[in-house]
Design a protein around this ligand. Structure first.
Ligand SMILES: [Zn+2]
Length: 113
């Protein structure tokens, strides 16, 4: 092998090694696992994750329209919300949102070097 060829090969291997080190964060895989780049029904993620996450949202009370008052009540407080004007409701995080959050995380770590 000519010296020029040899140098070129060494350079290529060196570049490959640098890329590999970046991909594995310096070779440290202790806190890492391989994950698919996308959550789908096919890879089982939909069945595993749908309905698993809940968030709480504030909803205006339908009885008093959100002001917490009931002019007919003795203490003028809405019987339904006890004067708060709203109540907390739990809603499932949608499958679309779960996928979007996952995709954003994949994008973040894909670009992190
Ligand atoms: Zn109310």
């Amino acid at each position: 092998m000519m010296e020029q060829e040899h140098n070129s090969l060494v350079k290529s291997i060196g570049q490959f090694y640098i890329v590999l080190l970046r991909m594995t964060n310096g070779g440290d895989m202790t806190d890492k696992i391989l994950l698919p780049t996308e959550l789908t029904a096919e890879n089982g993620a939909k069945a595993a994750l749908i309905g698993e996450f809940v968030e709480e949202i504030n909803v205006d009370c339908a009885e008093c329209g959100g002001d917490g008052e009931d002019p007919m009540a003795e203490d003028l407080r809405c019987w339904a919300c006890d004067g708060a004007g709203m109540y907390v409701r739990s809603v499932d995080v949608s499958w679309t949102t779960i996928k979007a959050i996952y995709a954003a995380a994949v994008e973040h770590f894909k670009n992190a070097t």
